[in-house]
Design a protein around this ligand. Sequence first.
Ligand SMILES: Nc1nc2c(ncn2[C@@H]2O[C@H](COP(=O)(O)OP(=O)(O)OP(=O)(O)O)[C@@H](O)[C@H]2O)c(=O)[nH]1
Ligand SMILES: [Mg+2]
Length: 313
Amino acid sequence: MAFHSGFVCILGRPNAGKSTLLNALVGQKLAIISPKPQTTRNRILGIIHLPQQKGRPGGQVVLIDTPGVHRPDSSLGRKMMGEVREALEGCNLILMIADVAGKFAPGDQFVLDLVKKSHTPTLLLLNKIDLLRHEKDKLLPIIDQYRHLHDFQEIIPLSARKGEGLDVLLEKVIAALPEGPRYFPEDQVTDQPVRFMVAEVIREQVLLETKEEVPYATTVVIEQFEEGPKLTRIAAAIFCEREGQKGILVGKRGAMLKKIGTAARLQIEKMVGTRVFLELFVKVQPGWRESHHFVEELDWRRQLQNLAGTEKH
Ligand SMILES: Nc1nc2c(ncn2[C@@H]2O[C@H](COP(=O)(O)OP(=O)(O)OP(=O)(O)O)[C@@H](O)[C@H]2O)c(=O)[nH]1
Ligand SMILES: [Mg+2]
């Protein structure tokens, strides 16, 4: 039987549950998740390898999680929307994900406009149906509303967090993909370097532990990463924009930084498979979100390209 494969872009408003869906489908934590909008800032690949089964071809689904679609008002925001555009470019299928607990708003229309402009087959995923448990009658009108807005190939209600509806989704995805090659080797689940995932795990703790402007004004840069057989030594800088934010991130006698560091270290140890010595520093870089140069420097794909470039010369 034929082998189906392709690139599948997960698209939606901030907080719709895109990264939760990516992790649930791949069965591994590849993307960080938080209750705050605009958690994801880069596109994140998650590769699913499906063996052939009775009545279903084998396949490889290359999922691309993206930052939440929004109107950008900073260099960081423009970079995030650039990541969305790159993910959309040339993908075989879009999974447009909407939150059924929220009303259809201009933000959803903005996502829909991108879908229409892309001329790419799209499945609509109505996520967070667990929140409608006692109001199931609300689902049909929502399905109806979307059906009138666009010619979706399928409309699939699901709960990314509870793992409901994911089997149906995978069947539909593999059926919608064309015959194609195995793009990635069978043991590969993502293209992200471990260093970047480590930075993200630290940023996730900042998102979970801090409020208001602080999570948005924060980014994490790995400054040292030394892998030994039993111990990995990591030093990371948490950048923020103002002294006041630094005060919050450090906390009373370093309590906040310690809390962030401990929680992140436990996760990183699982990821790298050794003990981890993690040192965190907080640095102030006024207005970094507005700096095109600073934002570009954060991009690991660009960092790798630059490295390849210097090695050639
Ligand atoms: N109840 C419920 N909550 C969910 C579900 N899926 C995701 N969430 C929650 O919604 C919030 C946002 O989830 P994310 O996966 O980070 O959303 P996202 O679309 O990646 O958000 P951005 O990266 O900010 O664009 C988190 O608190 C999740 O736990 C779901 O199926 N049901
Ligand atoms: Mg996300």
